[in-house]
Design a protein around this ligand. Sequence first.
Ligand SMILES: [Zn+2]
Ligand SMILES: [Zn+2]
Length: 138
Amino acid sequence: MATINGGCLCGAVSYTVEGEPIFVGHCACQNCQRSTGASHSTVAAYPEPQVTIRGTTTSYQGVGDSGQPTTHEFCPTCGSRLFTRASVMPNVVMIAVGTMEPDAPLEPSMLIYGKRRRAWDHVPEGVAVFEGMPAPPQ
Ligand SMILES: [Zn+2]
Ligand SMILES: [Zn+2]
């Protein structure tokens, strides 16, 4: 069973995840672009019980491209975006893959909100592109 550690830029918030993610993917939605400053985020989604968070985050709740509330959680000191929760996926924590240890054995298989993808943000071969949010995993 994979155990992956990660944390924010300054080290005030860290986490450990156990086991397999539900999915690993890129998200090109407008909220991800604005909150990361990059052309897309890359997240791994885990059931809440597989995630242990140490430290305190601050959060911002907005309305996603889905039309449903999404909450981004940040380190209050350094601003790293660590976790995202979407009301369409209850009890699931999406973790920013860039905050995980570099050799975390995860590979994105899809890109969601492809309709927001910037023209120069090329999708690697083997990554499935969805225009919006695919049906939630069962
Ligand atoms: Zn920090
Ligand atoms: Zn997004």
